[in-house]
Ligand binder design. Structure first.
Ligand code: FAD
Length: 313
């Protein structure tokens, strides 16, 4: 394929960034658009004005594919990733937060942040993207966003719509809590316990020292999350916080910070089963973690496969 053609990638999470890096390395012209203020998507870190930091999306990366392990090793050498000795075996985390993984992968790429793509239509041999209130042109389009959002963008009549609709996601409510004084144990639970699926002391991750409070990240289980997803953030935090205090045997007065986040599309529990959907005639390719599974590595694998497909055409 002609490498002078302009590629637009919608979504600068690990899928889009991986695809972009491979194309740029091959000399292609690539621009990424992401509606977020930062990049990295669900590899996310929330910072507070009081100096607290919480990974409120992906908690850690545990490579299966040697090539993904090698990527993480390279990021570790560059100081962007480190082992989490207190965490699950083999788990690696961004330094000083998971968002650093996306930032490191995005270095040197042309990423337009705060750019919401709201429309996509064919124009001659290429594409027109509606980005906020302006129009951008591209020859090829890569959608690297959750399947339901790709379906919304393409429309219900698009030939990918049935495949995209068959993908199923679990929702997740994540609550971020700061306790005073420092509580000793790194984990309350890593498995489902009542409504809570994951309770970890985020501050035990490397690079998180020196925070004024002990930081905990609590993820509700998918059923609880879906049943409560529409509640205001403050209410979600109020519902979950007492459960953590009870588990830790902590006094309510120790709770000094609470906030919640909701992920409607957290992790795919019914993936597509192949790394992407492609229409070579129109120059459209669609992928994401949801194509292969629930983890960031699945996004990386999808992004890599999309780039390989485009480079081989
Ligand atoms: C709570 C939670 C816990 C998790 N835990 C783990 C874990 O421990 N380990 C693990 O490996 N994985 C975990 N995951 C999954 C992991 O985060 C994802 O698999 C991975 O980050 C997905 O990457 P992606 O690039 O496919 O999608 P995303 O990260 O969602 O990136 C998509 C990007 O597209 C942008 N976007 C969407 N629509 C548009 C639009 N119309 N215009 C412009 N931009 C748009 C978004 O802003 C986003 O930045 C977790 C996820 C969540 C939510």
């Amino acid at each position: 394929m002609d490498r002078q053609r302009q590629v637009a990638i919608v979504g600068a999470g690990i899928t889009g960034l991986t695809c972009a890096r491979a194309l740029v390395e091959a000399g292609w012209q690539v621009r990424l658009y992401d509606k977020g203020r930062g990049i990295g998507g669900r590899l996310a870190t929330r910072r507070t004005e009081t100096g607290l930091r919480f990974d409120h999306g992906a908690q850690y990366l545990c490579p299966r594919d040697p090539a993904f392990a090698a990527l993480l090793q390279g990021l570790a050498t560059g100081g962007h990733v480190a082992d989490w000795p207190e965490g699950p075996e083999g788990g690696r985390v961004g330094l000083p937060g998971m968002a650093q993984v996306g930032r490191a992968l995005g270095q040197g790429l042309d990423v337009v942040q705060g750019a919401m793509v709201t429309g996509l239509r064919r124009a001659g041999a290429g594409w027109q993207l509606r980005v906020d209130d302006r129009t951008e042109a591209a020859d090829l389009v890569v959608l690297a966003i959750p399947a339901p959002q790709a379906r919304d963008l393409l429309g219900q009549d698009h030939r990918f719509a049935p495949d995209l609709a068959a993908v199923r996601y679990q929702a997740n409510v994540t609550v971020m809590l700061g306790l005073d004084p420092v509580a000793p144990r790194p984990f309350a639970t890593r498995r489902s316990e009542g409504a809570l699926a994951w309770i970890a002391q985020d501050g035990t991750k490397p690079g998180r020292q020196g925070q004024p409070l002990t930081t905990w990240v609590v993820q509700a289980d998918p059923d609880w999350s879906m049943a409560h997803i529409d509640l205001p953030f403050a209410e979600l935090a109020d519902l979950v916080a007492p459960q953590l205090l009870a588990l830790l045997g902590a006094d309510p007065a120790q709770l000094q910070h609470k906030a919640a986040h909701r992920w409607l599309y957290a992790q795919a529990d019914r993936p597509l089963g192949r790394p992407f959907l492609v229409d070579d005639m129109t120059g459209l390719i669609v992928g994401g973690d949801w194509a292969l599974g629930p983890s960031a590595e699945d996004g990386w694998a999808s992004g890599r496969a999309m780039a390989a497909h485009l480079l081989a055409c």
